[in-house]
Write a new protein. Structure first.
Length: 323
């Protein structure tokens, strides 16, 4: 049962995106009032359409690179294109969203004395030289490459969060997100899970960059949102950063083969050159999350893919019906 006396006013920037829409729903289910903030550069209103009839949900179209003046108890800062195709489309805007957006949301949190959460990324580790990655690792990042707008933007945002903590005693939480998948992913975001599923459902060649031996760890979205909520609820003296992801490691080729099997596709593998600065390994060490949040992922890759594939099947049917 919802305890409305404990209800908070919570802002979610990037609330129309993949992760943001799931977070908005979770917070509403927990009985909170939610202000979804998005400029819909990469997010979509379709993701939050099921929430619009909830009288505790409010949508605010706004670009976080500009200041915002609202009254809230907590802020989840998720605003930023998160896939290479989207964040490389306008790299200057991507950096501005990470850096100016962080400054504006931190300024808001300071003014209203709100607790603030930063959705950081495993990309802060770059192409890591240690495996798996722990939070104490400083990373191996190219500051002038094609991915730098996102990698360095997120690194700078973390810097800002901790400087606001030290300088203004702000209550901050920082999560480093590893590869996540599930319903509400953008079908053309260029991420490996959505790419593979969309190609497999249409029996198109599955595009693999490199030889497919590079590894990733895939976390189902419900597990990740649980980590977000638990991190926000930790005592103020725990700030993170904390890795949030599934430590189960799979090669890209293994993922492709699993998607083909689960979709019953006739797709074949199509190998392409590996893009520059593409990490060869990515796997979180979640020891800290287990210790501080009492959290670890529960949904295995095959189960998560079975929950995700029907979303893309429905999406394809809708797209095929359009004139």
């Amino acid at each position: 049962m919802i305890n409305y006396r404990l209800s908070k006013q919570i802002a979610v920037t990037g609330g129309g995106g993949f992760l943001g829409s799931h977070l908005c729903k979770r917070l509403l289910d927990d009985g909170h009032n939610v202000i979804c903030i998005d400029n819909f550069f990469t997010g979509t209103k379709d993701n939050i359409l099921p929430l619009m009839d909830n009288n505790r949900f409010e949508l605010l179209r706004h670009d976080v690179t500009f200041p915002l003046y609202i009254e809230v108890d907590e802020i989840y800062n998720l605003a930023c294109p998160a896939s290479p195709i989207h964040y490389q489309h306008d790299p200057v805007q991507t950096t501005k969203t990470s850096v100016h957006g962080a400054i504006n949301m931190l300024g808001l949190a300071k003014r209203v004395k709100a607790k603030i959460f930063q959705a950081s990324t495993s990309e802060v580790y770059g192409d890591p030289q240690i495996h798996p990655q722990t939070e104490t690792y400083w990373g191996h990042v190219n500051p002038i490459g094609f991915r730098s707008c996102y990698d360095e933007g997120k690194r700078c945002a973390e810097t800002l969060f901790f400087d606001y903590r030290r300088q203004h005693n702000l209550r901050i939480k920082v999560a480093r997100i590893f590869n996540t998948y599930g319903p509400n992913m953008h079908p053309n975001d260029g991420r490996v899970v959505s790419n593979f599923i969309m190609q497999a459902l249409q029996n198109l060649p599955i595009t693999i960059y490199g030889d497919g031996s590079q590894s990733r760890s895939f976390c189902y979205v419900d597990d990740l949102i649980e980590a977000f909520v638990r991190l926000m609820d930790t005592p103020d003296d725990f700030t993170g950063p904390v890795n949030t992801g599934n430590p189960g490691e799979f090669t890209i080729k293994e993922l492709a083969e699993k998607v083909i099997d689960l979709t019953g596709s006739s797709s074949k593998l199509d190998y392409k050159p590996l893009p520059s600065d593409d990490p060869t390994q990515r796997q979180p060490d979640i020891t800290l999350a287990k210790e501080k949040l009492g959290w670890e992922p529960r949904i295995e890759l095959e189960e998560g893919l079975k929950k995700t594939i029907p979303y893309f099947e429905k999406l394809l049917k809708t797209l095929n019906r359009k004139p």
